[in-house]
Design a protein around this ligand. Structure first.
Ligand code: CS2
Length: 483
């Protein structure tokens, strides 16, 4: 094993907190915090230290990190033979803001806070998956409309903090979404502005006029940590750190350059600061995340556990290559510098990194929130042009199968999805597979009506679903038979 190490070399007393991050998990620690770490190392400190916050779950991580003065390690694995260990001290403070959020608000209204970043997952924005409208039927959203000064949701927290900043005569911070959604800045803006407008029309207008919501594309494969991966870090890298995170060596961050109160000189740390993130984010969402979701549902049906295991199967590699080349790439306007063939092959080698033990079950979570932007937007464009979407049809059939909570051998698994109960009901309410597929496509929160009402698609999903049930996923591949 080749091991290298980078240490934190700056004095932490030289660091001011300029960023509040909501959503402290493995991804934040291995992605954004690493870019900030490089920045602080380069400047021997500076204005861009992070206050990292959890608002709902993972209180334990906040406590554990705090007990280590928020310093931890990131192990970046190129493959099983080569890893780079990085000390990270960029997080100055970790907070859990459960019932009492005043410590968080104190941070958010501090004049040193210039940027608020978010990784709250797709569902954290409280928007409907299909048409991205604020979920007014959600009890937490209702709560935040009725009790704006004690919010529960991430958009509600941002609105209250902006309200307090305005009252104090402070300029608003910039809000940077780092979640896997298309136009993530615009969607954040939509959720925050709509909530703000319930407070008062004028305030809603002020938020719309004054707050910047740049878009960003984030990319690094960072599996959730497990006891097993912590033990591997001890044996392979001599790293005894309960807060360590393991990830791939690759990392990319493309950010729309719109920060009225200033920003770190990120371009010197490898961040691509651009005018328009859209081509990068659709490319990444449809190719990388779209393939991930395909591997998750089809791979789990074939009894694989990790992404790396799934791509040892030639048929599954054929499936994702076919999906990316035939179905996804033709729907993209690619960034100038990208050669799509090279990008696709590099994704397949990233998936094969067997050091990561990236669980398919982790990727399979929250399908209802992920699938529209990963598969359906592109598929709609293809259907409009009379083109086939066989790979997505297989993915949808496999997701439908997964969502019943049992695999083909009858073993139960949990379905972690805000729509899990609705999906389960579909299976419980009918044994007729035609009806099941019809009702599935009628889930208007997920499927746009035009796509749902394409008879050939419903027929294809049904046909594949039957094959999955009777013969298993291997018999659904190669895909040609469904074209
Ligand atoms: C994955 C992503 O869990 C998932 O849904 O597809 O977390 C993926 O690993 C990252 O977006 C890679 O940048």
């Amino acid at each position: 094993m080749i091991k290298t190490i980078t240490r934190s070399i700056y004095a932490r007393e030289n660091v001011t907190t300029g960023i509040v991050h909501i959503g402290l998990g493995a991804f934040h620690r291995a992605h954004q915090a690493v870019y900030i770490e490089k920045n602080l190392n380069r400047h021997n400190g500076g204005d861009w230290g992070i206050c990292a916050v959890n608002i709902r779950s993972n209180h334990k991580l906040v406590d554990l990190l705090t007990s280590q003065d928020c310093q931890y390690h990131v192990a970046e694995y190129t493959d099983s033979q080569q890893a780079h260990l990085r000390e990270v001290s960029a997080i100055k403070e970790a907070l859990f803001a459960g019932e009492d959020k005043e410590a968080l608000f104190a941070r958010l209204i501090s004049s040193s806070t210039k940027i608020v970043t978010l990784t709250v997952t797709e569902k954290g924005y409280c928007l409907t998956p299909a048409d991205k409208k604020l979920r007014l039927d959600d009890s937490n959203v209702k709560h935040d409309i009725d009790n704006p000064s004690t919010p529960k949701t991430a958009p509600g927290i941002l609105v209250e903090a902006l309200y307090r900043r305005k009252a104090a005569g402070l300029a608003p911070f910039t809000i940077l979404s780092c979640d896997n959604m298309p136009n993530n800045g615009q969607l954040t803006r939509q959720a925050v502005c709509q909530l703000a407008s319930y407070r008062s029309k004028d305030f809603g207008q002020w938020v719309a006029d004054e707050v910047a919501f740049p878009c960003s594309m984030v990319d690094r494969i960072v599996p959730a940590m497990s006891d097993e991966s912590l033990t591997r870090l001890q044996t392979e890298l001599d790293c005894y750190d309960p807060n360590a995170v393991m990830c791939e060596a690759f990392s990319q961050w493309v950010v729309e350059d719109n920060f009225p109160l200033g920003r770190p000189d990120w371009e010197l740390d490898g961040v691509q600061m651009v005018k328009d993130v859209h081509p990068f984010e659709t490319m990444k969402l449809r190719l990388l995340n779209g393939s991930h979701s395909l591997l998750a549902y089809v791979g789990l049906a074939a009894n694989y556990k990790t992404v790396a295991q799934a791509v040892t199967d030639e048929k599954l590699v054929g499936l994702i290559r076919d999906y990316m080349k035939q179905e996804a790439a033709p729907t993209l306007s690619l960034p100038d510098e990208v050669n799509v063939e090279t990008y696709i092959e590099s994704l397949i080698s990233r998936f094969a990194n067997d050091s990561l033990q990236h669980q398919l079950a982790q990727i399979a979570t929250d399908g209802s929130q992920k699938i529209p932007q990963r598969w359906l937007n592109g598929s709609q464009e293809r259907l409009d042009q009379g083109k086939s979407v066989s790979a997505v049809a297989l993915g949808l059939a496999a997701w439908l199968l997964y969502s019943c909570g049992e695999n083909l051998q009858g073993q139960a698994h949990s379905v972690d999805d805000p729509m899990a109960a609705t999906l389960k009901d579909l299976h419980d309410q009918t044994t007729d597979t035609h009806q099941l597929v019809r009702r599935f496509l009628d889930l208007t929160d997920v499927f746009p009506s035009q796509l749902a009402n394409t008879p050939e698609l419903a027929e294809l999903i049904h046909h594949i679903y039957q094959t999955l049930l009777s013969k298993g996923p291997q018999d659904c591949l190669p895909l040609d038979r469904f074209l």
